[in-house]
Design a protein around this ligand. Structure first.
Ligand code: ZN
Length: 113
């Protein structure tokens, strides 16, 4: 086992702020600003005319909508990707969001600092 003589910096891993826009998935994101880590991002793909395009996608924990991130913002390939939440899980998040609408909807937007 290697011995640490002098501790180095703390490895924070990869994370980036993204806005839930629903880009590539219908554009119906809720606008939440999210700190997304590499483990929250997963690969999705679409095949058109026998050509498959691959995307890096995250699922908004607030509304369940998926957003594709721009290629320039992809995590380095050295980071492992996460798993896509199941349709059922995303549906649950969406239903939770509707409940939120019932309880907070009348009060309008809530801004987080
Ligand atoms: Zn959202």
């Amino acid at each position: 086992m290697v011995e640490v003589v002098k501790p180095g910096r703390i490895q924070k891993g990869w994370s980036k702020k993204f806005t839930c826009t629903g880009a590539g998935n219908g554009d119906h994101g809720c606008g939440a600003v999210l700190l997304v880590s590499a483990y929250d991002i997963y690969e999705t793909s679409s095949t058109v005319h026998a050509e498959t395009d691959y995307y890096r996608t995250f699922c908004c924990p607030q509304c369940g909508v998926e957003t594709d991130i721009p290629t320039k913002d992809w995590p380095p390939s050295s980071f492992p990707l996460g798993k896509r939440p199941s349709d059922a899980k995303r549906k649950r998040i969406g239903e939770g969001n509707l409940k939120r609408l019932e309880t907070e909807g009348a009060e309008g937007e809530h801004e987080q600092p």
